[in-house]
Structures are given as structure tokens and as C-alpha cells.
Design a protein around this ligand. Structure first.
Ligand code: ATP
Length: 311
């Protein structure tokens, strides 16, 4: 595997509290790797440690497994969670400033900036000052600033927050295109639908520790069991007795039956009791969103199933 970034045994404490413990993961060339977790799980602390903004207490961060630690600044692009650009500066000037910080040739940077402004529906805004841009426009400019120098490794912390659905699609496509061209991308996002659509692998962190690390396919295979949703007036205890039902959730007249991983749906449906009240019935796989909520609320599906580790 072509590892661009390797994080090994990362640990960080603030005062007496250990907020990140024993974090290990890699990001490969040309992949989109998601770092996920509930608020306060330790994602930004991990990202800031990779960026060298925070000094970790333990562990190492290496680039292409070089002997020396850290990532060369001109090889890395970073869109931080906190947005902020100098307000009184023109869009092109700020983009060229980002390029200069990374020792990138300015004529090439100008060409790329104009291409990106056009792609992001900001054509003609190069001489507009940043404080005249809307929040979403400013975010697009900051994104361009993070990729202007063609980084090998791109770290995006909540890139979709505050964007309208059309702009989200544009960002999503651009991130996928960058990965296709070989950029290694580490993406932190709370938008599970987007993560599910675009990421190749994921690392899920909870209370500073790894809960899941694996490819999207492995995670789905291991956790995304079937669930059956029934609309009707049904007694919970009867539903719980049905073969291969692991858990039942009920709200009003809707019951959700979570099924065991080895269920054969066509057989399972045939053995449903004829006494069930079924106004509507659907069978789906659980989504990444539900897997996330299970873990974040300590329902511990992950512990029941065993942690996925694709290392
Ligand atoms: N500078 C700091 N000083 C003290 N504690 C901190 C500091 N930065 C983060 N923390 C604590 O570390 C823990 C992890 O925070 P972190 O920002 O890494 O979480 P996160 O997963 O990025 O959360 P979110 O999804 O809310 O952005 C939290 O309990 C937070 O309060």
C-alpha cells in the first residue's frame, strides 16, 4: 500500500485529561479516508497533531514513512474547522499568498486560482475583497487556498459545513476528482450520507480511542445488518420472540426490528407470525448514520460485533 501519512500510537493530554489515546491509522495515495466521531471525540486534536499545531505527548506522524517525523509543509493542504481569511484582502491576493507560503510558483498558482474560481462559480471575483463574499463563497476561497499548491496530502476538517446542497455537490465532486488524481485525503465530517457516498475507508474515534478502522465495504458488511420496519399496532414482546430479531425499537405504531447478520431475508419474511398487524413493511440495511449513532450513544454494536480493523 502506498502510505502517504502514517499515524502511530498518537496520544495527547490537556492538563490531566487524556483526550486522545493510542491512535494508529494510515492514509494512502489516492484514497479518501474519513475520520469520524461524536463531538469532543478527539478528531481535531488528532488533526492538529498531524499538522504540527499541537505537540503530541506520545506517538509519531510520518510522511511516506520517512525517518524524520512530520509532514513537509509544502506537501500538505489543510482546510481547518475554524474558517477565517484576512477580510480586507482581494481574493486573488490571498490565494497567491497561500501559494507563496508553500513555495509554489506564482504564475502557475494564478492559473490554477482562475480555473478553480470558475469551477466554483466565482468567476470574476478575483479582485473582490474577502469581506464582500458570502460565508459559503469565503469557504470556497479557503478550500482553493488549501489545494492551490497541489498538495500530496489534503486534510479537510468539516469541509461541507455551511454550504448549500449545490455547493456541497461541487465540493464532493472536486474532492473525489483530487483523490482520483492521486491526492491522499483525510476528511472529517459529521455528514454521514456524504461520508458513506465518497469515502474509501474510515476511522471512527470515540472518547479519544479507536472504535472502527476499516474500508467502507468491511464496515458495512460487519455492521450494516438488515432492519425491518413495520407500521402497525404490535406488541413488543411478540416482536422480540421472532426468530433472528436482535433488538426492537418502537415509537407510536412503528416498530423497527434489528436482525442478526446471518438472516436470509426471503426465508425470514415467510416465517413472520400471521397475527402481526402489518400496514406497511420495509426491509433495509442500516446506514452509516445509524452505525455512528449506535456507537456514540453507547449501544455498543461495535463491541458486540468485534472491532473492525483493516490494518
Ligand atoms: N486546547 C485545549 N485545552 C483543553 N482541552 C481541550 C483543548 N482542545 C480540545 N480539548 C478537549 O479535548 C477533547 C477532544 O476535542 P476535539 O476538539 O479534538 O474533539 P472533536 O472530535 O474534534 O470534536 P468536534 O466534533 O466537536 O469538533 C474535548 O474534550 C475537548 O474539550
Amino acid at each position: 500500500m502506498n502510505e502517504v501519512l502514517s499515524v502511530k500510537g498518537l496520544g495527547k493530554s490537556f492538563k490531566d485529561t487524556r483526550v486522545v489515546k493510542n491512535i494508529d491509522f494510515d492514509v494512502h495515495k489516492g484514497e479518501i479516508m474519513a475520520i469520524l466521531g461524536p463531538n469532543g471525540a478527539g478528531k481535531s486534536t488528532t488533526i492538529r497533531s498531524i499538522m504540527g499545531i499541537l505537540l503530541p505527548d506520545e506517538g509519531s506522524v510520518t510522511f511516506h514513512n520517512h525517518a524524520e517525523e512530520g509532514v513537509p509543509r509544502h506537501k500538505i493542504g489543510y482546510l481547518p474547522e475554524e474558517r477565517g481569511l484576512y477580510k480586507k484582502v482581494k481574493v486573488m491576493d490571498i490565494l497567491l499568498y497561500f501559494a507563496e507560503l508553500k513555495d509554489y510558483p506564482l504564475d502557475r498558482a494564478k492559473e490554477r486560482a482562475l480555473e478553480y474560481l470558475k469551477k466554483f462559480d466565482l468567476e470574476g471575483k478575483e479582485n473582490v475583497s474577502v469581506d464582500e463574499l458570502s460565508k459559503g463563497m469565503g469557504q470556497k476561497v479557503q478550500f482553493i487556498g488549501s489545494v492551490i499548491h497541489e498538495p500530496e496530502l489534503l486534510i479537510l476538517d468539516e469541509p461541507f459545513s455551511g454550504l448549500d446542497p449545490v455547493s456541497q455537490e461541487v465540493f464532493k465532486q472536486e474532492i473525489k476528482d483530487l483523490a482520483k488524481k492521486g491526492t491522499a485525503i483525510l476528511l472529517s465530517s459529521h455528514q454521514m450520507n456524504l461520508v458513506e457516498e465518497m469515502c474509501d475507508r474510515l476511522f471512527l474515534i470515540h472518547r479519544g480511542q479507536k472504535v472502527i478502522y476499516g474500508s467502507m465495504d468491511e464496515v458495512k458488511e460487519q455492521y450494516a445488518n438488515f432492519k425491518c420496519t413495520i407500521h402497525g399496532d404490535n406488541d413488543r414482546s411478540m416482536l422480540e420472540k421472532i426468530d433472528q430479531v436482535e433488538r426492537v425499537e418502537q415509537k407510536d405504531d412503528i416498530s423497527i426490528l434489528y436482525l442478526s447478520s446471518d438472516v436470509v431475508i426471503s426465508d425470514w419474511i415467510k416465517q413472520l407470525p400471521s397475527t402481526l398487524d402489518i400496514q406497511e413493511l420495509s426491509v433495509d440495511r442500516i446506514s452509516l448514520h445509524e452505525i455512528f449513532v449506535d456507537i456514540a450513544t453507547d449501544r455498543s454494536l461495535a463491541q458486540e460485533a468485534g472491532v473492525v480493523d483493516a490494518k
